[in-house]
Design a protein around this ligand. Sequence first.
Ligand SMILES: C[S@@+](CC[C@H](N)C(=O)[O-])C[C@H]1O[C@@H](n2cnc3c(N)ncnc32)[C@H](O)[C@@H]1O
Length: 226
Amino acid sequence: MTDNIELTHQQARAFRPDKLSPPRDFLVPNIIGENKDNVPLILEVGAGKGKHALSFAAQNADKHLIAIERTRNKFEAFAKLATMQNASNLDAIHADAIAWIVHAIAPNSVAKIFILYPNPEQHNPNQQWLNMPFFEFLLSRLQVGGEVTLVTNIEAYMDNAEQQATDTWSLPNERYQVIDDSQRTHFEVKYLARGETCWELCMQKPEGYKTRFDDWQVDAVNQKIA
Ligand SMILES: C[S@@+](CC[C@H](N)C(=O)[O-])C[C@H]1O[C@@H](n2cnc3c(N)ncnc32)[C@H](O)[C@@H]1O
């Protein structure tokens, strides 16, 4: 099993984390260096205006969520609400998630990753998350038994993600239809109100999983703590 896992995705073009500079004004949240109580660390990639992040943090006091959004106006709306909510278990980060994760997150340290309604990238499928070499790096940050949850309203995106999860990434996975009254994100509310079907893919990192980045970490001396 381990041999197959190594063979499938290790034949893919490798991501180059060494080529990425830290995001502008890069700061590492306290939780990264000081997680003495081993609080489960959760990541959300492309958090939008933060609807899911804010309610997840409120409902999961025993977990710490780092929610990353690249688009300035969405991030500003999110940051404003996060400041009002003042949750100690939530960090709202304005950055490109790829560069930020490369510079901030240690291997084998994340319990769960949410990617909720990513940009469809229908004309640029190599930018879909499971088609990117970065996905291998993302998996290296996940703990064994950790999960990636991907949700989309685009059936073709989900079909491809499901196939890639199995064939390229060798991840046990399950696909569900999102229930009609789910309201986790602004995009989810919009799509379900229009009567569209939304799909969810839950992938798990199995025991013995290997990536080419399991020992790769930015030199901690260069990191600034928030
Ligand atoms: C379609 S929106 C969905 C937002 C939110 N998850 C929701 O469901 O309401 C996708 C979001 O992902 C963000 N995004 C895309 N690529 C990103 C990246 N590399 N780093 C951070 N955010 C990213 C975009 O800025 C956009 O806000």
